[in-house]
Every structure is written in C-alpha cells, then in structure tokens.
Design a protein around this ligand. Structure first.
Ligand code: UD1
Ligand code: UDP
Length: 358
C-alpha cells in the first residue's frame, strides 16, 4: 500500500482533492491521509465542500491565526512537519499555488519526502502574484509534476525541470474530472437558480478575490464600477469571497448587483451552467466557464490558461472599466465555438493515482 499525505487548505483545493480522493478510493492501492491547514475556515469556504463532495474528514485540521504570508506559511510548516514525521508517507501530495501548497512542499522536501504537485507548470510570469512565487518554488521542490496542459509541460521544459530527475507528465486537469462528475449531482441537488428567481441564460456570473485586485483600491474600484454599470442592463450574480467583502468595506465601495454569500460547488456549477457569460479573476472558474461553453471576461492582466485566450474563449480585460464593458459587449451575442479539448479526458485523477503507486 502506498501512503500519501495530502495537504489542502483552500476552496479550490478541496474541489481538486475531492476528484483525486474518489480516484484513490477506486484504485484500492493507496492509503490517503488528509491534512487541512485551516487556511480557509468559514463553513461556506471549507466545510460545505467536505459535506457535499464526500471528502473524508481531515485526519489533521489546523487553524491559522494570521493573515500575513510569511507567518501563515510558518504556522502551517510546523503542523505539517509534525504530521509527516508521525505518518511517514511515501509521498506528500499538494495542489495548485496557495500558501498551503508551498508549506506542504517545503515541509516534505526538508524531510526528504517526495513531493507530488497537481497543477504543475502553470505560470503567469508575474512575480508580484503570491501564487506565482508559490508555484515556482513548489515545482522546483517536486519530484512528480502533474501538468494539466501542454503549455504547462512546455513551461517546465523551459525552466529545465525535466525527466529523468523527476517525473513530468501531462495528466489533464483534475478540475475537469470534478466538473464532469459533480455537474450530474448538481443538476439533482441544487435549486439555487429557482431560489434566486433567475432565468436560464438570463444573467451574468461574476467572482473576484485575487489580492492584485482586492488590495489595490484603484483596481477594486474600477471592477466595482464596471459591474455596477453592467448591472443597469444585466442581472449579475456575484458570490462574494470574504477577502473581497473585507476590502470593499475598507475602501467604502458598494456593489449594486445580486451579491450573495459564497456558495457550495453544486450551487456554483448550477449558477455557471445556467448563466450567459462569466466575469472572473478566479483561476478555476476561467476553465469551468470553458467546460460549460461560456465566454469568460478575465479580470486580470495575465492568465495561466493561455490556451483559452488564444482560442478566443476568454479575453483579458484587467481591471479597466472600459475593457470589461467592451469584453461583455463583444462576447454577449457570440455563439460559443468549442473545437479543442485542452484539459484531458476527465480521467486525470485516475492517471495521477497510477503514477503515485509507481
Ligand atoms: C487564497 C489563495 C489564492 C486562491 C484563493 C482561493 C494564497 C496566497 N492565496 O486566497 O491563490 O485563489 O485562496 O479562494 O494562498 N477569509 C475569511 N474566511 C475564510 C477564508 C478567508 O474570512 O474562510 C478572509 C480573511 O480575512 C483572510 C482573507 O480572506 O485574511 C484572505 O484569505 P487567504 O487565505 O489569505 O487568501 P485568499 O484571498 O483566500
Ligand atoms: N466556487 C464555489 N463557490 C463560490 C465561488 C467559487 O464553489 O462561491 C468554486 C469555483 O466553481 C471553482 C473554485 O471554487 O471550482 C475556484 O476557487 P477560487 O475562485 O476561490 O480560487 P482560484 O481558482 O482562483 O484559486
């Protein structure tokens, strides 16, 4: 039996880990120990995903009592190190590019435990993003790099992170696995569209929470103004991330659209599938928009998912009001063209399991 210690801590990681945990269960040859760093802690940002998506209760669940990056990462390191020493896993499995990802990779590599990174190789080439720092360091420390796309494979090659020193493989994207599987359940279990009185295809879905937008008053104000202008013409549903809520209060900004609390994954998939178009700075939602054939206006200056902008499925609008309005006007009446499959075949998680036991 191969023993894997999985380190997760934020909303998108719960979704990715749920897809892989299902595959681990089906595989039968892997024992998974689950560690939740406590980075996200509200029910709507954490517990709801464990309940809905049948993620096992974490074997370790820490709490973080700070918001600065270094102290947060340091607190996580302490707990993760103790868990690794106790569990003696064959591999530590980390996801994406958050502080929890880096803490998991760093703690493991210091103890000479191999690190496997799901979503390896993504780059924005913008080092001011905390996520870019986390992903570059994590890739450097990993011995198994599971890339979601060909572009990610190429990025690692360009950095000299290649075989035979490590395994580098395009597995496809575990978020595609999750979206396909949970969309079926969402159709049965979510009634959010009816509850909010929304019409199919009759609203825009928006989310934003990235530090580069929320912590910069000018950028946050520009996005809020763009959404408020669009809301005069369109219904806009916006599940608000707690970080964004906090910064909006701090900067005295107000949204005039349908603002709701963060929702669980079933409701999110339902809101997405019934929407007309998506505006977001979320990494995950950019791809999910594509999975369900929705155009996406990206509220960032660069994206890791360049295959989508190159194919014309999404457009970078940054935090510039005119660009955001122009993006919506341009995309609103266009028929979605979906000729390429960039993210694998929905079986990335099973492939990852095969590699984990090798
Ligand atoms: C983190 C990740 C980001 C990812 C996002 C997913 C880092 C550096 N950033 O950003 O890459 O896209 O998660 O959603 O790891 N808060 C709550 N309740 C919660 C969680 C957060 O109130 O359950 C508030 C707190 O005020 C906290 C702030 O949000 O200080 C920011 O949380 P943090 O985990 O530091 O970063 P995110 O913005 O969530
Ligand atoms: N999501 C969710 N509820 C919400 C907002 C987002 O379930 O209220 C899902 C979304 O569908 C995607 C994931 O959370 O699967 C993305 O997480 P987030 O935007 O927080 O982080 P990022 O992907 O930008 O790191």
């Amino acid at each position: 039996m191969t023993k894997v210690l999985t380190v997760i801590g934020t909303r998108p990681q719960f979704i990715k880990a749920a897809a892989v945990a299902r595959a681990i269960k089906q595989h039968g040859g892997i024992q998974e120990v689950l560690l939740h760093t406590g980075q996200h802690y509200d029910d709507a940002m954490s517990d709801i995903f464990f309940r809905e998506m049948d993620l096992p209760k974490p074997d370790y669940h820490f709490s973080i009592n700070t918001s600065t990056h270094a102290t947060m990462t340091a607190q996580m390191l302490e707990g993760i190190e103790q868990a690794i020493i106790k569990e003696k896993p064959d591999t530590v499995l980390v996801y994406g590019d958050t502080n929890s990802t880096l803490a998991g990779a760093l703690a493991a590599s210091k103890l000479h435990v191999p690190v496997a990174h799901v979503e390896a190789g993504l780059r924005s080439f913008y080092m001011d993003m905390p996520e870019e720092v986390n992903r570059i360091l994590t890739d450097r420390l990993s011995t198994q790099l599971f890339c979601p796309t060909e572009v990610a494979m190429q990025n690692l090659k360009n950095e000299g992170l290649t075989e035979p020193d490590r395994l580098v493989v395009n597995t496809g994207d575990v978020m595609y696995d999750a979206a396909l599987y949970y969309a079926k359940q969402s159709a049965k279990k979510s009634d959010i569209v009816q509850k909010l009185g929304l019409k199919k295809d009759g609203y825009l879905l928006a989310t934003f929470h990235r530090a580069e937008n929320t912590d910069n008053k000018e950028r946050l104000e520009a996005i809020v103004k763009a959404i408020n202008t669009l809301a005069k013409e369109h219904t806009i549903v916006l599940p608000l991330h707690p970080r964004t809520r906090k910064m909006m209060e701090q900067f005295h900004l107000k949204l005039n659209c349908m603002v709701i609390d963060p929702v669980g994954y079933f409701d999110m998939l339902s809101l997405l599938q019934n929407s007309h178009l998506v505006l977001t700075d979320s990494g995950g939602l950019q791809k999910e928009a594509y999975f369900f054939h929705k155009y996406c206006i990206i509220l960032r200056d660069q994206t890791e998912w360049v295959e989508l902008t190159q194919a014309g499925c999404s457009v970078l609008a940054g935090a510039v009001k005119e660009h955001i309005l122009h993006g919506v006007a341009n995309m609103y009446n266009k028929q979605f063209i979906n000729g390429n499959i960039f993210y694998g075949n929905g079986k990335a998680s099973a492939l990852i399991c095969q590699h984990l036991v090798k």
